[in-house]
Design a protein around this ligand. Structure first.
Ligand code: AGP
Length: 614
């Protein structure tokens, strides 16, 4: 997860930028950098691959400037190099500096065009195309604002961008497209801030306006002018900035759960971006301790987790089978440890956990370690017990998850498992170069698709209220989305206290169908995939018994809308990645049903975020 800060006003910018970056420290980072527009009209750039103290040591104490931008790059296992750290610069004049959060989906195509036009690239990142695009536009006479507008129109994917140029020493521009993390414009007396997170400018800015997708802001002379990308003025009012840290952390959301659901596009950016080498189109898991020969020697993969993480490993098992072509099993950690499983030192154990402190998972790891198994953990909390116990920690990097019910960590864990499976396939040579490229190209679409899946939350609210009085529900899915159904049922139980069971749809007629009546809604994950017809039959069987069905369908599937009582759509996506998107309606339905039922959404009764007892 990356943090962005910018300042344009009458004070010296550097201390404010460093303060903002320090406040973004809770997100963790592996590199940090600032660009300052100096009074002599030049850019001063300071970067460090270490922590804030290292950056402070790298800064010229004489550096001055009242306009500047800063960035923290979160990538514990990415390539934390000086060249890859933001701000990124253009090449000819070095006069444009950009900080970016997001993934440029059409990076290769843009880079090829820019290289043909003579641009030279110095990093392995996709972000670097942005300053070169700006440079190109500026060379054609555009102002910085026009340049960003035109460059923004060329980028595919979701982005938050802030840019400065030595040629416009009084101007800072920012843009938001899609949902790759927020971008707020902060207003202070005679100054304007940009910030990815409001706490970064708390106490400095008095009012704040959150840019929505397709909006940009130009800061100059202590004022900010906000428009759409097309140039139409935006008249939304900035709101007063609360001084209460907790409500600031919740942003505009009533509950952390909703905030964390809405953060999922950014979660995907964080999980993916520093693990993809866009230059060579390979997965790059820095520090992975097993070389290709060892990876080839693994005879199977056993994945374990609990609760939501157990559902993640069930999807992960299918990723491993399809991408690494290896036998894989998914187990509930508390069962696994007492089963005396048949394993060998060639069995790779993969554990998944938000907290990294779940005792059942830790004990399974300890036993595996005793038997000499190599262990990889997918975990959200750096430094947790699981990350210390594993041979390799693939950090989810979703940032703190405050709500007890896991949402963004689930989606982030799935993205990590997808990368891990592709990495194993890449190292074992079981994924062809072309297929690997396709796998990566599919992955980079995810943040934007997730943004689309999160549109129209009001629709979920309306549907949820219609079903909020039900005592029980069935959630059905098949194949890749059978674990999605179980995760949806768990969310309903956890936050709305509605009894819900997740079933593979084919199982319904073997018993659960006896529960169907007009009072027991069925939620069916019925996407346009190879099992769509089977799901359609299950829906018809429910409808024939007066059951009500909420179908989660692929955008444009009109037939599903006719067959079901209610339908919600998720965007069309590569089949393997559908579990990351189809879970979103289930999270939102559970959330809104819980709100309707007056439940304590963020801290449901009887639950704990970290379960350290058996
Ligand atoms: C998820 O919403 C729950 N909080 C719970 O099922 C959780 O996933 C489980 O306790 C495992 O926790 P972990 O991911 O931290 O290991």
């Amino acid at each position: 997860m990356c943090g962005i800060i910018g300042y344009c006003g009458g004070k010296q910018a550097l201390p404010l930028l460093l303060q903002g970056l320090k406040r973004l420290e809770y997100r963790g980072y592996d590199s940090v950098g600032v660009a300052l527009v100096e009074p002599n009209g030049k850019l001063a750039i300071f970067k460090s691959t270490g922590r804030m103290d290292d950056l402070a040591a790298a800064i010229d104490p004489g550096a001055r400037g009242t306009l500047g931008i800063g960035h923290t790059r979160w990538a514990t296992h990415g390539k934390p190099s000086h060249e890859n750290a933001h701000p990124h610069l253009d090449c000819s004049s070095g006069g444009v500096a950009v900080v970016h959060n997001g993934i440029v989906e059409n990076y290769r195509e843009l880079k090829t065009g820019l290289e043909r036009a003579g641009h030279r690239f110095t990093s392995q990142t996709d972000s670097e195309v942005i300053p070169h695009l700006l440079e190109e536009q500026l060379a054609h006479g555009a102002t910085l604002e026009e340049a960003l507008r035109r460059a923004g129109a060329m980028l595919r994917g979701a982005h938050a961008i802030v840019a400065v140029s030595a040629a416009s020493p009084d101007t800072m521009v920012g843009l938001r497209i899609g949902h790759a993390g927020g971008l707020a414009v902060g207003y202070a007396e005679g100054a304007v801030f940009f910030a990815s997170d409001v706490p970064a400018i708390q106490g400095e800015a008095e009012r704040v306006l959150h840019l929505v997708s397709g909006e940009m802001a130009v800061a100059r002379g202590g004022q900010a002018h906000v428009t759409t990308l097309e140039g139409a003025p935006v008249h939304r009012r900035a709101v007063s900035l609360s001084r209460d840290a907790l409500s600031a952390a919740k942003g505009p959301y009533k509950h952390f759960m909703l905030k964390e659901i809405m953060e999922q596009p950014e979660t995907l950016v964080s999980a993916l971006r520093d693990r993809i080498d866009f230059q060579d189109m390979r997965i790059s898991l820095d520090g992975f301790p097993f070389d290709a020969e060892q990876v080839r020697s693994f005879d199977r993969v056993v994945l374990v987790g609990m609760g939501t993480s157990f559902h993640a490993v069930q999807v992960g098992r299918m990723f491993i089978e399809r991408l690494a072509h290896m036998p894989a099993e998914a187990e509930n950690a508390s069962e696994y440890r007492y089963r005396d499983p048949v394993v060998s030192p060639k069995t790779l154990l993969v554990t998944v956990g938000q907290s990294g402190e779940t005792v059942d998972t830790l004990v399974a790891m300890a036993e595996a370690k005793q038997r000499g198994l190599p262990i990889v953990t997918v975990c959200n909390v750096a430094g947790s017990e699981a990350t210390r116990a594993a041979d390799y920690a693939l950090l989810v990097q979703a940032g703190p998850e405050v709500a007890v019910a896991s949402t963004k960590t689930y989606v982030g864990s799935l993205a990590c498992l997808y990368l891990l499976a592709a990495y194993l396939g890449q190292e074992r040579g079981s994924l062809s170069k072309d297929r690997l490229r396709g796998v990566i190209e599919d992955a980079v679409l995810l943040p934007n698709l997730m943004g689309q899946a999160l549109e129209q939350t009001e629709r979920y609210e309306t549907i949820a209220w219609r079903y909020a009085h039900a005592q029980s529900a069935l959630v059905l899915g098949r194949g890749l989305n059978y674990p999605t159904a179980m995760e949806g049922a768990l969310k309903l139980k956890e936050v709305s206290y509605m009894h819900a069971e997740g079933y593979p749809a084919g199982e319904m007629k073997h018993g659960p169908i006896a529960l169907i009546d007009e009072h027991t809604p069925v939620i069916a994950v019925a996407l346009r995939d190879r099992l769509r017809e089977k799901m359609l039959s299950a829906i018809e069987q429910v409808r024939a018994r007066d059951g009500r069905v909420i179908a989660i369908a692929t955008a444009g599937d009109e037939e599903m809308a006719q067959k079901a009582t209610d339908v919600v759509y998720v965007p069309e996506a590569p089949e393997l990645l559908t579990p990351l998107l189809a879970v979103v309606p289930l999270q939102l339905l559970a959330y809104y049903i819980a709100v309707r039922r007056g439940a304590d959404v963020d801290q449901p009764r009887n639950l704990a975020k970290t379960v350290t007892v058996e």
